[in-house]
Design a protein. Structure first.
Length: 581
């Protein structure tokens, strides 16, 4: 028997198909800006009248998803088919009636698989997204994408809308849900080809195209909520167009409320006699100039009706009013209640990037400046929050050698008598160009400073001059330095934002596991090590590389996929402070 003989056999390229689908899913999450490790499995249910020793198959068959999870799958499928809501639907044309039984069975298989995984999901803190089933040889195959539940705590979805009609469109609960829908649709399309997976999923679209398509689909959700019906208008492209246009050389900033104009939730300040059509984007951009922070444009999916605001008594839990915030040139975001659901910057949609938490800030600050006190760290946290709430870019440099640097840079800024920087003072001095220099205790030594520093390989033309200036200056210092950079496009960076500390035992555990591993079981240790490359010293890198050399030289089956891992080398920035005590 071949070493990699498939015991739970559905078709010959099932391993290739699953591995490549998982790769595509990971690429999509990278485009979304989310650090997550999704997993893909395939569940196959034997078709009626087909004979096989395995009524249910799971890929991969490594016991992460044991067959016992699906012990009642076939019985559940038949019960679901019998009671399916489409059983009482009758079409007026013959082809639709002929297709109906197949549609019911495919949907029933997916429903039964989803129910079978519900207990596993709850026990393991994941959420399973299942496609409809597709018949491949003798099995109805359901691709499943599993995402850690923590992702939905970081990016809370909308509440599920129940409109009583399962066939009507009520939208997607989140941008992630829309991405999963597009990915699974692509996965099913691949299953329609002969020997799915054999071509390496070349027919599947690239991650960027999938994410942009998902953004367009997701933007139907506010349209449907506002109009209480499916709206074909592509709001994603519509708002990209408006945000990209300048008015008399000025970028568009303001707010737009997507709402039913006749809703009693809206308080109009000004109502146009004739609504402005969105399909005239230059006109729409012109009137955006009238929208300020407290006054928004009022629009549905087709027209802008005037200026107004939400009434204070509006019940936000209804989720039938959405806000489009135009932040800057070609930069806008979709909000509902207090949630940011989608961000688009130069036409590239992403999830909102998680803001820096107090714990992250304080731990990072304490590691850069071990001489700082808890009071110092709390004080800088307050200054950080003032800086990021301002409507303009700014930069604060904290330097252990602030007093000496201020004297060196006297001709490049305004030196002041040292004074504790307060939140009120920061609001005033940050209105002028240049950098504010503090010491680790929050004492200000200079304002309006033009920084110096040699360019490094970390500098990037994709970021602005403020970011690159801060990066150069921090890297040039021998003493501890930290930059808080608030860019004009509202991007916030802390330089350096040190990587988390790690346990020495975890490193040894995974290196030892790789050294013992075979081609059958090396993936888990290899993936952990690959994701933590920064933390290894020279000796550990040599052990990892030696283990990879041995594993990749093992004999392989014809057509077997093996990941060739880039070899490890120590990072010169790694030192003992990155280890947990």
């Amino acid at each position: 028997m071949s070493r990699h003989a498939i015991n739970l056999y559905m078709w010959g390229y099932q391993q290739h198909y699953r591995i490549m689908l998982e790769f595509h899913v990971k690429e999509v999450f990278k485009r979304l800006g989310v650090d997550v490790a999704p997993k893909v499995l395939l569940v196959g249910a034997l078709a009626p009248q087909k004979i096989s020793p395995n009524p249910v198959c799971v890929e991969p068959e490594d016991n992460e998803w044991p067959l016992i999870l699906f012990a009642d799958l076939l019985d559940s499928i038949e019960a679901t088919v019998k009671n399916h809501c489409m059983q009482n639907v009758f079409y007026g044309d013959g082809p639709s009636m002929r297709d109906k039984p197949g549609i019911i069975r495919k949907d029933s298989v997916a429903t039964a698989v989803r129910e079978s995984l519900s207990l596993f999901d709850a026990d393991n803190g994941v959420r399973s997204f299942c496609s409809a089933a597709h018949l491949v040889d003798d099995y109805y195959v359901v691709p499943v994408i599993q995402i850690p539940e923590s992702v939905f705590q970081q990016f809370p979805p909308l509440k599920e809308t129940m409109n009583g009609d399962p066939r009507s469109f009520s939208g997607y609960r989140s941008f992630i849900h829309a991405c999963m829908s597009i990915l699974l649709s692509e996965a099913i399309d691949e299953l329609h080809h002969s020997d799915p997976g054999r071509s390496g999923m070349k027919n599947m679209r690239k991650a960027g195209e999938i994410v942009r398509d998902a953004a367009s689909h997701f933007m139907h959700t506010p349209g449907a909520a506002v109009m209480n019906q499916y709206i074909h208008t592509d709001l994603f492209e519509r708002f990209n167009m408006i945000s990209s246009l300048m008015y008399e050389g000025v970028e568009g900033k303001g707010q737009l409320l997507l709402a039913n104009p006749d809703s009693n939730a809206i308080d109009f300040v000004l109502r146009f006699k004739e609504p402005v059509l969105f399909r005239e984007p230059r006109w729409a951009r012109k009137i955006l100039q009238m929208a300020a922070k407290d006054i928004a444009l009022i629009a549905d999916s087709e027209c802008i009706y005037g200026l107004g605001k939400l009434k204070t008594e509006y019940d936000s839990s209804l989720q039938n009013v959405f806000l489009i915030a135009f932040l800057d040139h070609y930069h806008w975001e979709l909000r509902c209640e207090d949630k940011v659901l989608l961000v688009s910057h130069y036409g590239e949609p992403k999830l909102p990037q998680e803001s820096i938490t107090r714990d992250q800030f304080v731990v990072n600050y304490a590691r850069v400046f071990p001489e700082s006190s808890v009071g110092d760290q709390d004080h800088l946290w307050g200054l950080f929050n003032i800086a990021i709430r301002q409507n303009h870019g700014s930069m604060i440099i904290v330097a252990a050698d602030a007093a000496m640097e201020t004297q060196r840079l006297t001709q490049q800024g305004t030196v002041i008598e040292p004074i504790l920087m307060t939140e009120e003072l920061l609001s005033r001095v940050s209105d002028i160009d240049g950098t504010i220099i503090l010491d680790p205790h929050g004492i200000c030594h200079a304002v309006g400073v033009i920084l110096d520093g040699a360019a490094t390989t970390d500098c990037t033309p994709s970021r602005g001059s403020r970011f690159n200036s801060g990066l150069r200056y921090v890297n040039a210092g021998v003493a501890g330095r930290l930059a808080i950079v608030v860019s004009e496009d509202h991007t916030v960076d802390i330089i350096p934002m040190l990587l988390p500390q790690i346990k020495r035992d975890d490193i040894e555990l995974n290196i030892s596991a790789l050294e013992r591993a075979t081609l059958d079981d090396y993936h888990k240790a290899r993936n952990w090590l690959d994701g933590n490359r920064f933390y290894f010293n020279d000796e550990q890198c040599k052990r990892i590389n030696s283990a990879l050399d041995r594993i990749e030289a093992l004999p392989k089956d014809m057509g077997e996929i093996t990941i060739i891992t880039r070899r490890f080398k120590p990072d010169p920035s790694m030192e003992d402070s990155y280890y947990l005590p």
